[in-house]
Design a protein around this ligand. Structure first.
Ligand code: 6PG
Length: 238
């Protein structure tokens, strides 16, 4: 598989990269609103997006952002309660969701309150499927992180979920990643339903992995190298 046509943007700091991505998200929100009447944004987990979420929260009074028409989804989730400090939902809620006037019914978290990660993934897969239609991309913009092993979302190297061609979301029922807990993740198929995908990364090790992905031929090692978007694939790297 040849490397996806991607754009790479380099910044002196995570703050600068986050500010650039924040501007793009706001621009994309306006464009999607005028084209489709809503904006569908997929959030990343981990710690790297925190400055970005705080910058988006600081735009809560921006009249140009259609907050009430923004739908939020997650690229992956740890199978933890939503009030657990290592929940991706908790991270987004504390830094972003609780500070902006979103419509509660437009926030679509992974249903981690169900009995198992498998049940949560099956229901999340159905929730995402309900948004599919041929008139518009399932998602307008997806933010992704990168692990130092080349994983993205909870698509870890060597895991069978990488070969799931049918689901939009799936479960890793055995503990995986850090923290080592069961996980729910969008699959490569689910991620590929996004018009625009923006990786946001910081640090030398991740930049090195990005450079290897950029030169191509790493799809067998790095799951992030297998990510494809419908229209644009971009790397915001600090
Ligand atoms: C997760 C994330 C994961 C994350 C990377 C980078 O749930 O862990 O979705 O894919 O983006 O592991 O994490 P950091 O930003 O904390 O380095």
């Amino acid at each position: 598989m040849k490397p996806a046509e991607a754009e790479f943007y380099f910044f002196a700091s995570l703050e600068e990269a986050s500010r650039a991505l924040c501007r793009e998200i706001i621009r994309e929100a306006r464009q999607a609103m005028s084209a489709y009447g809503d904006f569908r944004l997929v959030l990343a987990g981990g710690s790297t997006p925190v400055p970005l979420y705080e910058m988006l929260a600081a735009e809560s009074d921006n009249p140009g952002i259609p907050w009430k028409s923004i739908h939020l989804f997650w690229g992956d989730e740890r199978f933890l309660p939503q009030d657990h400090p290592e929940s991706n939902y908790y991270l987004a809620a504390e830094t972003f969701l609780n500070k902006v006037p979103l419509a509660a019914e437009n926030i679509h978290p992974v249903p981690v309150w169900l009995a198992t990660a498998h049940e949560a993934a099956s229901q999340y897969d159905q929730i995402l499927g309900q948004f599919e239609n041929r008139k518009r991309p399932l998602f307008d913009l997806t933010v992704l992180g990168l692990g130092e092993d080349g994983h993205t979302a909870s698509l870890f190297p060597g895991y069978p979920v990488l070969e799931d061609k049918l689901s939009l979301a799936a479960a890793l029922e055995e503990p995986a990643g850090s923290p080592p807990v069961p996980r729910i993740t969008m699959t490569l198929k689910g991620l590929a339903r996004s018009s625009r995908i923006c990786f946001l990364i910081a640090g030398k090790k991740k930049r090195e992995i990005m450079e290897k992905i950029r030169t191509g031929g790493r799809e067998d090692i790095y799951p992030a190298a297998r990510v494809r978007a419908m229209d644009w694939l971009e790397w915001f790297a600090a």
